[in-house]
Design a protein around this ligand. Sequence first.
Ligand code: GDP
Length: 431
Amino acid sequence: MGHVDHGKTTLLDNLRSSSVASSEAGGITQHIGAFCVPLSMTSDSPSMPGNERLITFLDTPGHAAFSAMRARGASVTDIVVLVVAADDGVMPQTIEIMNLVKREQEASNIGMVVAINKVDKPEADVEKTKLALLSAGVPLEEGGGDVPCVTVSGLTGSGLPELVETIALVADVMDLRAERDCTPVGYVLESRMLKGFGPVATILMTRGTLSPGIPLLAGTSSCSSRRLLSPSLQPINLAAPGTPVLVTGWKTLPATGEEVLTGSETDIKKACANRERKRDLESALGDVEAINATRQAEKEREIANKAKRSTRGPRTVAEDSSVQDKKKYLRIVVKGDVSGSVEALVGAVKDIGNNLAGVKIVSIGVGDVSDSDVMMAKAADATIVAFSVGMPRTVRASASQNHVPIYTSDIIYRIIDDIRDRVISLLPCTY
Ligand code: GDP
């Protein structure tokens, strides 16, 4: 993770091409959202064949998968590599990511390595960047903390072996392990339609070992797990924990971040039907909530109008406190690109607030913001919160005509922070 243009893509491309070149012998490979780098590739002392250590890099764009999984209390990320360009230094997004990692660390064990990038550039200033990181609160080893720092160039490849070795060292210190011989559990990193294969999903197992033919369930999608494939679409017989694998045979596309479970064909069918029923029920409840919110808003307006009509002078203290007794809500209509990110967002914002102000989710949905979202928001006096989705011009115009506020961003934690600020602004003044 890192500030835009600080070189994440270049760094990953360099790591990926060297790992692909060695393991796939120049074959055409698919981008599957994750790839493995063998440690021996970068080390002077290669490990014994068959006993090779691999590091899996997740290169899923954005933080959607990361956030969707965290919202479910799970994670496939053991270590975050914070990329900071040495010519640009610590930038706003660098700080945001640091704060995000700090929040994640409170919930689970997540390690961190800093990669100071672009050191090949003449204007690179490694020492200045380190000082800025230290003063921004990153506990670098140089400052007596436990976060190692490596200088790299994604462009020339210098420092990449050291980066990989440092990650392995942090993994050793954290004593990261996974059980291989147990019921398999994993997560969906990415899913899409692949020509000639139909719906495919990149799965990362966190426990247990996956083999072809095991029926799988992810959300409300099921799969007879016909084949396990490598990024070059070669069949694989086993996927151990930590190894990303492309799985074919899905009936529908599973959402990013969904937990992948195994079971018998019959159990999975039953679970699927149950989950679908629950989803339908929740969507119906969402509609009821929207209607209730509309009624509540009308009632509040009525009370406010009455108060306006009946009071000649300034409001009394008693009246004021009775108004304050009522909890205020920021009502939101949530739209997102995939169900995983919508769930992540809802999970992260639904409990923001206290007994005086909070968030009320009017409806949730996947896909572009539509006219019916605008109408729903208008009826419920709500703000539309759109994460990584488009909005046709006509819909934008209709929202502005109807005075429906819309907040869009492709960065999930920006939205979360913004919602927190808006809820805070609903709080009554206490002076
Ligand atoms: P991202 O937005 O963090 O993914 O950044 P990119 O990987 O797209 O890089 C942004 C720009 O910085 C591109 O023009 C890269 O060629 C350049 N860049 C990335 N890494 C390096 C590096 O190590 N050295 C130099 N000189 N340029 C780099």
